[in-house]
Design a protein around this ligand. Structure first.
Ligand code: AMP
Ligand code: MG
Length: 461
């Protein structure tokens, strides 16, 4: 029997190489002036100069969530188009509008199994019709025009012969050899679907920028848009940073914790249908972080990192990103959680530096990465979606920053009600996993009362 093979070193195993203190950078950036830092600096997150050098970031106040979302949208141009089969088009965004090349219905047709007749003959024939020997089924050609006083047995979807304008359901018919009469007096046009009554050929059906759902795919098929021309989907690479991380299958040693952001961020991408792959975890060392940004863009349109963007000694990412040629479009957003979030661009490669705290990472993804993925796909209505709900209990509100709180929705009544989840903070994944919404509390809100209308970001998808 072979001996057990010793497992190779874990990709997370940074401990051997960890340096206690960060050596001073040979070319340090000057510290922030008070003015650059803005008038609302949180002493726990003094913003580093590395994130504040672009015109946007030299603003005299901290970037708001709305501004950050607008900056993200402005930095994203939709990808080129590609043809995909309709079978693979669920969730894809149209790069060209679709209009119909046919009328719908394409011919006058019966909506019921029954008898087609001329309404005008009802009185004249005394309610009794000559029954045509042949029946008309879906897929048949329309057959000869209807003669005076004649009725023809038709199946649902059958083309009506010329002259027929009314269908009486078969359940209402009384059939005798060669003749048919009816228990009811129909109204003119009953159970007939007229050619083009829903769509006239040439009508615009789906605009460019529409995300296809099953009904949209059905409409595209009806219009002959097979294959369908959609925007290319962005490719995402996820990289977690932090010396403390171990893989989920490992038992953490003292001072270590399992990487939950990596699997979560991949799942968030994939839930949007976006292809995402994970890079090996990155240690809090300048060389490792430098290599991360050197490779950025090789396989991805969007690099999403977790950790290393706030103000600790080992938060190396914003500075390293800039040294690697990324333009910082924002670093620090007036929000809670997620304040240290960073966003940069080098050429067509975007970088989101999400904070390491798991709930902060999730919230920043739901807002900013979501906006980018949608905008890169050419979605005319890029997320995040904000919906209204009524607050289910009063809420004391602290702080001036826009806040996103885990919450649960109650849709059982006529109005959606929202109840905040009591969590312990931005590390409380257990509370986050109970939530199906993020309750948005605008900046400078003093108190929210039960029954107030508030907005929320849904967490499904
Ligand atoms: P950072 O943003 O790097 O300062 O990390 C903030 C907090 O998030 C620290 O407590 C980290 O241990 C934790 N953290 C960082 N990365 C991850 C991760 N990938 N999974 C779970 N927790 C993390
Ligand atoms: Mg860290």
């Amino acid at each position: 029997m072979r001996g057990k093979v010793a497992p190779g070193p874990s990709p997370y195993d940074f401990r051997r190489s960890r340096t206690k203190h960060r050596p001073p950078h040979p070319n340090p950036l000057p510290p922030l002036t008070r003015w650059e830092r803005g008038f609302d600096p949180d002493p726990r997150f003094p913003l580093r100069r590395s994130g504040l050098e672009t015109p946007q970031c030299q603003n005299r106040r901290v970037t708001t969530v709305d501004e950050a979302l607008a900056i993200v949208a402005g930095a994203c141009s939709p990808g080129s188009g590609e043809f995909v089969p309709l079978a693979d088009a669920q969730g894809r965004v149209l790069a060209r509008p679709i209009s119909s090349d046919v009328d719908w219905p394409p011919f006058d047709t019966s909506a019921m199994d029954g008898y087609a007749l001329r309404f005008a003959d009802l009185g004249a024939a005394g309610g009794s019709f000559a029954e045509r020997a042949s029946t008309a089924a879906a897929g048949d050609s329309p057959g000869l025009p209807l003669g005076a006083g004649e009725a023809v047995r038709v199946m649902t979807g059958a083309p009506l012969p010329d002259g027929a304008d009314t269908v009486v359901p078969v359940e209402e018919s009384l059939s005798a050899p060669g003749r048919v009469s009816f228990r009811i007096v129909p109204k003119s046009g009953d159970h007939v679907r007229r050619r083009g009554e829903s769509i006239v050929a040439g009508t615009a059906l789906l605009p460019s920028g529409r995300r296809l759902d099953p009904a949209g795919i059905a409409l595209a098929a009806l219009a002959g848009a097979e294959p369908v021309f959609v925007h290319r989907r962005p490719r995402v690479v996820v990289a977690v940073t932090g010396n403390e991380l171990v893989a989920a299958e490992k038992l953490p040693a003292a001072g270590q914790l399992r990487d939950s952001n990596g699997p979560m961020l991949l799942a968030l991408c994939r839930a949007r249908g976006v292809a995402a792959s994970a890079r090996l975890p990155v240690s809090d060392q300048e060389e490792a972080v430098r290599a991360l940004f050197a490779k950025a863009g090789e396989q991805e349109d969007v690099l999403v990192t977790s950790g290393g963007v706030s103000a600790g000694d080992f938060d190396l990412l914003p500075e390293a990103a800039q040294r690697a040629g990324f333009e910082m479009l924002f670093h620090g957003v007036a929000m809670r959680p997620g304040k240290p979030v960073a966003f940069g661009r080098r050429g067509t490669t975007l970088w989101f530096g999400l904070p390491g705290n798991p709930v902060s990472s999730a919230v920043c993804f739901r807002l900013f990465v979501r906006r980018a993925l949608d905008a890169l796909e050419g979605d005319a209505a890029p997320g995040p979606t904000l919906l209204p709900a009524r607050l289910a209990r009063s809420l004391p509100v602290r702080g001036r920053r826009e806040t996103y709180r885990d919450a649960v929705l109650d849709r059982s009544g006529p109005e959606t009600r929202i109840l905040p989840v009591d969590g312990r903070g931005s590390h409380d994944l257990a509370a986050h996993s109970r939530a199906d919404a993020l309750l948005r509390i605008p900046a400078d809100t003093e108190r929210l009362e039960e029954g107030d209308v508030v907005s929320y970001v849904p967490l499904e998808g």
